[in-house]
Design a protein around this ligand. Structure first.
Ligand code: 5GP
Ligand code: ZN
Length: 114
């Protein structure tokens, strides 16, 4: 298995502030938050990026989005709103090669992104 930072967080080899977990996904606080709420939601199974997903992953992808929505509501963002980001590939700035959803909220977010 490749040495993957987020797989190491799943295996508790690297500490992270976990805020949600179920059989398929784990969510934890971003180490360098860009908003009052900045949570990372990942599949427990290693997937390099959205680019590597296929039709057979649609349950997992739906699960990730529904988990993100639940966490956003639990964090009080249901009314104020929030943003989900899935960086994919070099132009996006993806740094960690394990599929992840950023949940950002708690402040007004600019658009378009930089
Ligand atoms: P990307 O740029 O790949 O979309 O996002 C990776 C995110 O992971 C970044 O927002 C970064 O701050 C976060 N991150 C990187 N290393 C760690 C870590 O060791 N722990 C946690 N909790 N987040 C990390
Ligand atoms: Zn991984």
């Amino acid at each position: 298995m490749i040495d993957c930072l987020f797989c190491r967080i799943i295996k508790n080899e690297i500490p992270a502030k976990s805020i949600y977990e179920d059989e398929k996904v784990l969510a934890f606080e971003d180490i360098n938050p860009q908003a009052p709420v900045h949570t990372i939601i990942i599949p427990k199974r290693h997937v390099t990026s959205l680019k590597e997903t296929e039709t057979g992953d649609k349950d997992l992808l739906g699960h990730l989005l529904l988990a993100a929505k639940k966490i956003a509501e639990d964090r009080g963002l249901g009314e104020s709103g929030f943003r989900l980001v899935i960086n994919t590939g070099p132009d996006s700035g993806q740094e960690v090669c394990h599929l992840h959803v950023h949940l950002l909220g708690g402040r007004r977010l600019g658009w378009p992104p930089g």
